[in-house]
Design a protein around this ligand. Structure first.
Ligand code: CMP
Length: 142
């Protein structure tokens, strides 16, 4: 049993479509704990730091423009195997592979405007959480 923390973002499309509550409730119903939560509009610097690994990708510029355009909700989540489980709840990035029942499978047909982000490994979860949250903004459920 591995207790992990991870970073989730409700992306601008999720906020604009009024899906914040629907999205957050899926992690909560699974039994994961919210240990940090805020609405903010990312600066370009923050978005570029967060997505630095995609800098050479053809979709990078579009992704950054999308992410800084409107507010997002940043969520720090803690729980057993939280990294893998939140990614299963989100569904695959490719809309042709995101299963019905997942957030993307239920609400998105687009590979860029795909509602949510979740850290993909422990190392990235740690660095991504540090980009969006100061230590004082994170709480422990226990
Ligand atoms: P996310 O999980 O936030 O991680 C990187 C993001 O880049 C991804 O969600 C999508 O929003 C976007 N992305 C990934 N692959 C592609 C792609 N092939 N074309 C366009 N956007 C992509």
């Amino acid at each position: 049993m591995e207790i992990e923390k991870t970073l989730i973002l409700v992306k601008p499309d999720g906020v604009q479509r009024g899906l914040i509550g629907e999205i957050i409730s899926r992690y909560e119903r699974k039994g994961l704990k919210i240990v940090g939560l805020k609405l903010l509009q990312m600066t370009r610097d923050t978005a570029e730091e967060l997505y630095a690994i995609h800098k050479e990708q053809p979709f990078y510029d579009k992704l950054i423009e999308f992410m800084v355009d409107k507010p997002i909700v940043a969520i720090a989540i803690e729980g057993k195997n939280a990294i893998k489980i939140t990614r299963l709840i989100n569904g695959a990035t490719d809309p042709l592979e995101s299963a019905p029942g997942s957030i993307r499978g239920d609400y998105s047909t687009d590979i860029t405007y795909n509602l949510v982000h979740a850290s993909d490994c422990a190392e990235n979860a740690k660095s991504e959480l540090a980009i969006l949250f100061s230590p004082e903004e994170l709480y422990s459920p226990r």
